[in-house]
Design a protein. Structure first.
Length: 295
């Protein structure tokens, strides 16, 4: 992919590719139900690092990678972001593998609105009246879950919160997406190897040679992690960020449809009411973005 002096157009196919992969990720994970979630995250980290290093070499971003490693503040922030993205992966894998696809979908619907609140609280950004209305409607939907579907609420808010905090930290780091992800994977490599060593001692550990199909899917986890992030980074450079925000909802929408029609997960009335509230909030928020952009 061209990474320098890209035109401000042609980013939509990259964005669609990234969010399509993320949206269909539950299908991939369901073929790995024999692997414990914490172990699967360990394998994901192990195989993500070489993919990232190869991409750094191919895209000639070695200078940026070395500059980030030499900066102590950058390393400290990436260390925190690595912990957050690792926690997010664990929560997501547990949710999908234990049959909570709808809860995971709701978490990533809520995430953009949590990002807005984080920007207001930590970055001093101001919200318009319509955006505050959207946040209020989303809060109403979340409160519905709190009254009747606490388990779903816990998963959704944990996913939205960890990813929002991750995004906030990465916003404070000047390092690009690929060098940053490479350093995060390197930071998590030690804990990942420790987890794999620990699970290998128990009855639930999965060796790469246990089953050919499972082994291939585990090895592919590195590419499945790195490729959509690279596609997203390219899309972000080629598209207006407000337009990219609309495409973002493709991923949780696909997950929602998978949970409902492929995995046949039950959708209780109170959960449906929450989804409707979130969809209305997203519509209000998106309309306001486009209206301000038109001005």
């Amino acid at each position: 992919m061209p990474l320098h002096d890209e035109p401000r157009s042609g980013g939509l196919p990259y964005a669609l590719g990234a969010y399509l992969i993320w949206g269909l990720l539950p299908l991939y994970l369901m073929h790995l139900r024999a692997v414990p979630p914490i172990e699967l995250v360990g394998w994901r980290i192990v195989f993500t690092l070489p993919v990232c290093l190869g991409a750094v070499i191919a895209t000639r971003q070695g200078t940026a990678l070395r500059a980030a490693i030499a900066d102590r503040k950058t390393l400290a922030l990436l260390g925190l972001s690595a912990l957050l993205i690792g926690a997010n992966w664990v929560i997501y894998f547990i949710a999908i593998l234990e049959g909570h696809v709808l809860a995971a979908s709701l978490g990533y619907y809520i995430n953009p609105l949590v990002n807005v609140l984080a920007g207001t609280v930590f970055l001093g950004e101001r919200l318009s009246r319509a955006q505050w209305t959207a946040v209020g409607i989303a809060a109403l939907g979340v409160s519905l879950l709190a009254s009747g579907a606490g388990e779903m609420l816990g998963i959704s808010l944990s996913l939205a919160g960890t990813f929002a905090a991750y995004g906030l930290l990465r916003k404070l780091v000047s390092t690009g997406s690929l060098p940053g992800l490479t350093i995060e994977a390197a930071i998590l490599l030690g804990p990942a190897i420790a987890v794999l060593a620990w699970t290998a001692q128990g009855a639930t550990g999965v060796s790469l040679g246990d089953a050919t199909g499972t082994s291939v899917l585990i090895v592919l986890s590195g590419a499945i992690t790195a490729v959509p992030l690279l596609l997203f980074a390219t899309a972000a450079r080629r598209m207006d960020y407000s337009a990219l925000g609309f495409v973002q909802f493709l991923s949780p929408t696909l997950a929602f449809l998978l949970g409902l029609f492929v995995f046949h997960e039950p959708l209780r009335p109170i959960q449906l009411a929450c989804f409707v509230a979130i969809w209305i909030a997203i519509a209000v928020f998106s309309w306001d973005l486009w209206r301000r952009r038109a001005r």
